[in-house]
Design a protein around this ligand. Structure first.
Ligand code: SF4
Length: 205
């Protein structure tokens, strides 16, 4: 089932029985980024905080394993699923191997998703942990940094277990989500998901 089909079939949540959404904590303003910030505001997700029929379960996998502030890390030699399958590594900007800690963080995130019976995850794309569509291909701090299509380690862990993961840049998917949450929300049919954006189509042509 595509993300859009899944979202269109989500139940209509109520105040008494809210929809449970797992979110990358930084997307809701938690200062858990590598530099101790929340990387700025993401209105497409912050809006979720307004609804009484939404229960947000916030988690920062990198903070769980490595604390905040911390080094930047990226996946080398593959994407998140490759890391879970022992075929790629997570290295910090100074070359420290964080693979084991990142896998542990992804297992914790999955445990939370299962325990809280979450119905959707909305996660920060591009992150080596939380990415769901695009991540860096190796160290992002080099001059000729590269992107690749693929999930971060936690995105891959959740998806592999059957959870639906969308990103803060999947604006079309978020429009559908808001239409399920908010009876007066009118879907903006011009909204695009990350993989339909001009940047994505230009870069991965
Ligand atoms: S690991 Fe995920 S939740 Fe934590 S700062 Fe990075 S993107 Fe945000």
């Amino acid at each position: 089932m595509t993300d859009h089909e899944y979202l269109k079939n989500l139940r209509i949540p109520t105040k008494e029985d809210p929809i449970r959404i797992l979110v990358s904590a930084c997307l809701t303003g938690v200062m858990c980024g590598v530099d101790g910030t929340n990387y700025g505001d993401y209105p497409s997700v912050l809006k979720l905080l307004r609804y009484e029929n939404v229960e947000l379960i916030r988690f920062c996998p990198e903070d769980f394993s490595f604390g905040t502030p911390r080094e930047m890390c990226d996946i080398h030699g593959g994407h998140g699923l490759d890391v879970l399958n022992g075929k790629a590594k997570v290295l910090t900007e100074s070359g420290v191997d964080w693979t084991e800690g990142m896998i542990r963080a992804s297992e914790k995130m999955l445990e939370i998703a299962q325990k809280e019976k979450v119905e959707l995850a909305v996660m920060m794309d591009i992150s080596a942990a939380c990415g769901s569509q695009v991540i860096y291909d190796g160290n992002r701090l080099v001059e000729d940094k590269k992107y690749q299509i693929g999930m971060g380690v936690c995105g891959a862990q959740l998806t592999r277990a059957g959870f639906k993961v969308i990103s803060q840049r999947d604006f079309a998917a978020l429009e559908i989500l808001y239409s399920r949450i908010d009876p007066i929300h009118e879907i903006n049919s011009d909204a695009k998901d990350h993989n339909e954006s001009d940047w994505y189509l230009g870069y991965f042509k």
